[in-house]
Write a protein that binds this ligand. Structure first.
Ligand code: NAD
Length: 511
């Protein structure tokens, strides 16, 4: 089917039309390959997403390449004004966006509103583009010589994003890439694509010129086209570690700048002096919020001393009796289903394996009863005690509502566990001891650290990124690092000889 025949500029959320691609300001549907998008609460396929072929992705790159010269030369303040209008539109359409997130991702409305708000904060930061792009200037670095560094856009850049934050993670990337003067191709997750496409259309409504921002939905074929095409200068990726490593290695081999954020296993240390009631409340939200499908979810509690572990188990067990699991539409629910049937089976498989390997299942979420949603992809909150480091459920990322407890004797033992784990995204310590907390934050090999803060996700004016196999690349996502990632530095040294003085040839190094 010709893409022109199916092109439209209207923002539509009609469920009978497949979710398409935004190319050169128009939504198009290619019509050659598609896949089901599910409502995870009901377990039903609610719509289809069109999967872009190589040809469609190349069309998007061509549109971005054509839009680039004019956008690059648009003054930063005018680029920022588009973001001001975009922020307003995001706020105006928040309920509609969160409804779309809920329908396809399954997260409860209050959680989707939080995700969107964190995304909007990145748009607010991008509004500061004229300030952020000011560069550096030195006068008189030599006789009649001035020098400055400026930050020029890269050209056409791409972002590839995961299912778990269909609004927020893309907003980590393109607002900053765009205000820096780049054009963007976004390849969102094919599992919950509607809100991401809708938000990109709001950017058009905010006045972004056609072709500057493009969205291609798709799978590996779309991603590989972005990685292969010489016109793509840089790639930002967020997703699982095996894919992050593949993206990073391939993009580098193809001469592209790349940052690839991967998976996680986030530990919380519970010290014997911690305020246990507070820690339990914090752990409940951080382990089970969003069904544990957050890369910053706390999935392991490391209790220092058996008395701490026993208190934790008993308080968690009674608190978990009140957890409410259900559909996104009921805001009194704590969390919703996981993303797919396959993922539900995978999470249950990890709980089975922990049990088989000798751990104790304290609260079992393998068969949750969710009235009216019997076919949904639900896993209830699960608490597992006496987990040991050799267990598969400890070594791998579960990405579900499962909190595992490991018992250790000392704080150093707890820190060694964290430092030896292959992931290093987030971590937290619960303690009343400032000296212990300071030692922990100084010496822990993890990129984002909380002290009595369970989800230490940096605010938009800092940057986000893990260590070890949670991040491939040097620069973190959003915040000041994003300005560096989406620009290249140029340093200009300028001399205007006064009074026509000419200098002779100089063969030694100029000083
Ligand atoms: P995923 O790796 O399966 O998919 C991410 C993106 O990669 C999607 O757009 C997908 O279409 C694409 N992709 C998948 N397989 C591919 C392949 N073989 N070749 C090329 N592209 C491919 O991740 P997901 O399941 O959507 O998201 C969950 C994962 O993301 C978890 O591991 C989570 O920890 C991680 N995550 C990390 C962060 C972070 O900041 N570190 C944030 C959010 C999520």
């Amino acid at each position: 089917m010709s893409t022109d025949a199916m092109a439209s500029t209207a923002i539509t959320t009609d469920k009978t039309t497949p979710v398409g691609h935004l190319i050169n300001g128009k939504v198009i549907i290619e019509g050659s390959r598609s896949q089901d998008v599910f409502n995870p609460a009901t377990g039903e396929a609610s719509k289809q997403v069109d999967l872009a072929s190589r040809r469609t992705v190349e069309e998007a790159i061509t549109a971005a390449q054509a839009a680039y010269p004019a956008w690059r030369n648009t003054p930063p303040i005018k680029r920022a004004r588009v973001m001001f209008r975009f922020k307003e539109l995001l706020e105006k359409n928040a309920d509609r966006i969160c409804e779309m997130i809920g329908e396809e991702h399954g997260k409860i409305n209050h959680d989707a509103q939080g995700e969107l708000q964190r995304g909007i904060e990145n748009v607010e930061y991008a509004c500061a583009a004229p300030e952020l792009l000011k560069g550096e200037h030195s006068k008189n670095v030599g006789p009649n010589i001035d020098s400055w560094s400026e930050f020029q856009p890269l050209g056409v850049v791409a972002g590839i994003t995961p299912f778990n934050f269909p609004a927020m993670v893309p907003l980590w990337m393109y607002p900053m890439a765009l205000v820096c003067g780049n054009c963007f191709i976004l390849k969102p997750s094919e599992r919950d694509p509607s809100s991401t496409l809708f938000i990109a259309q709001l950017l058009q409504e905010a006045g972004l010129p056609d072709g500057v921002m493009n969205v291609v939905n798709g799978d590996k074929e779309a991603v590989d086209t972005l990685l292969d095409d010489d016109r793509i200068q840089a790639v930002s990726f967020v997703g699982s570690t095996p894919i992050a490593e593949y993206i990073y290695t391939t993009a580098n081999a193809n001469g592209k700048r790349c940052q690839a954020l991967g998976g996680a296993k986030n530990h919380a240390i519970l010290m014997p002096d911690a305020d246990m009631d507070n820690a339990v409340n914090q752990l409940l939200g951080a382990a089970f919020g969003s069904s544990g499908e957050r890369c910053m979810a706390l999935s392991v509690a490391v209790a220092v001393g058996d008395a701490t572990a026993d208190a934790l188990v008993s308080k968690m067990q009674s608190a978990m009796a009140n957890l409410k699991v259900g559909a996104h539409t009921d805001n009194s629910n704590d969390f919703g289903p996981v993303i797919t049937r396959q993922h539900q089976n995978k999470v249950v498989g990890y709980i089975n394996s922990a049990e088989e390997q000798g751990a104790e299942i304290i609260v079992d979420g393998r068969n949750p009863q969710v009235s009216g949603y019997e076919n949904g992809f639900f896993v209830g909150g699960t608490l597992i005690d006496k987990v040991t480091p050799e267990m598969q459920s400890y070594q791998e990322e579960i990405f579900g509502p499962v909190l595992q407890i490991i018992r250790v004797e000392t704080m150093q033992e707890a820190m060694d566990l964290i430092n030896d784990h292959e992931y290093g995204n987030g971590t937290c310590i619960f303690t009343r001891d400032g000296e212990a907390a300071r030692y922990f934050s100084d010496n822990i090999k993890v990129g984002m650290v909380g002290i009595n803060v369970p989800l230490p996700v940096p605010v938009a004016f800092h940057s986000f990124g893990g260590w070890k196999r949670s991040l491939f690349g040097d620069l973190h996502a959003y915040g000041p690092d994003a300005v560096r990632f989406y620009t290249k530095r140029k340093t200009v040294t300028q001399r205007w000889p006064s009074a026509g003085i000419r200098e002779g040839a100089l063969f030694s190094m100029p000083t």
